[in-house]
Design a protein around this ligand. Structure first.
Ligand code: PLP
Length: 460
């Protein structure tokens, strides 16, 4: 006997059961009150809903589909792997061919000497593993007391409790406190926060002085690691750091024996116009976490990648092994899909396209900013861009948040065939790296119309 009754059209029945039987991740009851959106098909930068309506996905399916949807190259690789061996775990002493192949590939691709990988299923798990790796690294080296972490205000790192503890956005934390003890926050160090009249390089030095004061106050010998995203993500509109900030953080971590962890879950794999964001400053962390675009959205996979210097402490003999793991980490078919995804990025020169088409997109956004007074700031790099709506951009005066102008624009775009991400009054663009100039014209054209309609609607 089945408990499930479907009535009406298939689409209506799916929507009804979606609302009844599923808790979506970071659910929004306000959005859900208007119904469930159900997607059934994807192709390139487009997805189709259950009614067959086509949408341009300007947020690359939560920043994952760098090569676009449904690439036959990936389907082939996955099918072949499925037919040979769908899964064998990376557990104790067992490995699979695509897993080793992928580890080799990463060792070549990652900056500096980041070449030893611990494979997991999500960006959150990768950051969770990075925190554990940093803690155990110090234990193995006889500094068990190093347990604290420094993170940045306003940065998101994970949904797990450890990762939430180093997430500097109160919305993600408030229901789960008290969190992990010893997680400390330094300033967000954004170029955009540099006070008018202050030299940006001096602002960078100020941020570093604040960081060192925190380290000294909290005692360096108690600090295990610093976790940061070299370019923070869509939540805050991809703000760039002040000049020489990353270099300064690296130097402070070296000086005080602190492991530096870069979270490149969002910024990795070409989106910034380099394979990894930290390559814009030539700064290499001790541990880097990757996810999202790594596997191109095909099958979940993420990794915590470190240097031989860190990995060596876990290989000193029985009992020193890194004590973490999970059933599906480094899933065989996910590795095959990811290898095919990386092949496409390389063959189609998508990292270069992020720079080239990203510059074209930025030019068009600048023209939009010149047209609309409510556009206060355009921030970002490569193919990651954010448009900040403001009541008065020059006076840095925000819009009345209660108006929800950003959400109104997002909904307008959705009705007109484009998925646009907004975070309050920040509109975010992070399209697949295969985006063409023609598609950029489509995206900015729709934004132009949507912003124009919002100006009229709210009399801005
Ligand atoms: C910078 C950053 N780190 C970590 C994560 C967590 O990744 P996941 O959602 O795959 O767990 C995200 C997800 O949005 C992210 O943007």
């Amino acid at each position: 006997m089945t408990k499930r009754k479907t009535t009406g059209t298939k689409a209506a029945a799916l929507a009804k059961d979606a609302l009844r039987l599923i808790i979506p991740h970071f659910a929004s009851n306000a959005e859900l009150a208007r119904g469930a959106k159900i997607f059934t098909r994807g192709e390139g930068c487009y997805v189709y809903d259950v009614d067959g309506k086509k949408y341009f996905d300007s947020f690359a399916t939560l920043l994952t589909t760098v090569c676009g949807h449904c690439r036959p190259e990936v389907t082939r690789a996955v099918t072949e792997q499925m037919n040979r061996l769908e899964f064998f775990p990376n557990y104790v002493d067992t490995f699979t061919e695509p897993l080793v192949e992928l580890a080799r590939r990463l060792a070549d691709l990652m900056p500096g000497d980041l070449e030893v990988s611990f494979f997991v299923n999500s960006g959150s798990e990768a950051n969770e593993a990075a925190l554990k790796m940093a803690r155990q690294y110090h234990v193995e080296r006889g500094e068990r007391q190093r347990h604290k972490f420094i993170a940045r205000r306003d940065s998101y790192h994970a949904t797990t409790l450890g990762g939430t503890s180093v997430t500097g956005l109160s919305w993600f934390r408030e229901y789960f406190e008290p969190l992990l003890p010893g997680c400390l926050f330094t300033n967000a160090a954004r170029l955009r926060d540099c006070p008018p009249g202050t030299d940006p390089a001096e602002y960078g030095r100020q941020c570093l002085r604040e960081l060192e004061q925190l380290i000294l106050f909290e005692k360096p010998e108690l600090i295990a690691g610093m976790i940061m995203d070299p370019i923070p993500g869509s939540n805050t509109g991809f703000p760039l750091p002040p000049p020489r900030y990353l270099e300064g953080v690296r130097a402070l971590c070296d000086k005080h024996g602190i492991l530096l962890i870069f979270d490149e879950v969002q910024t990795g794999f070409g989106k910034t116009g380099k394979w990894f964001a930290c390559q814009h400053w030539d700064v290499v962390p001790d541990i880097m976490t990757i996810g999202k675009g790594f596997t191109g959205g095909f099958i979940p996979l993420a990794a915590t990648v470190t240097t031989p210097k860190v990995a060596e402490v876990f290989r000193r003999g029985p009992g020193t092994e890194f004590r973490s793991g999970g059933t599906y980490g480094g899933h065989t078919v996910a590795c095959a899909a990811t290898l095919a995804n990386l092949d496409i990025i390389e063959k189609e020169h998508l990292v270069e396209n992020a720079t080239r088409t990203g510059a074209y997109l930025k030019g068009k956004l600048d023209r939009l900013a010149a047209k609309y007074a409510i556009i206060g700031e355009i921030s970002g790099i490569g193919l990651l861009w954010a448009v900040r709506l403001m009541a008065d951009g020059k006076a840095n005066k925000p819009l009345d948040a209660k108006l929800k102008v950003g959400s109104w624009i997002r909904d307008w775009c959705y009705r007109n065939g484009m998925i646009l991400r907004n975070n309050g009054d920040i509109l975010v663009l992070a399209p697949p790296l295969i985006i063409t100039r023609k598609e950029v014209d489509l995206v900015v054209g729709l934004m132009d119309k949507a912003i124009g309609a919002a100006v009229k609607e709210f009399d801005l």
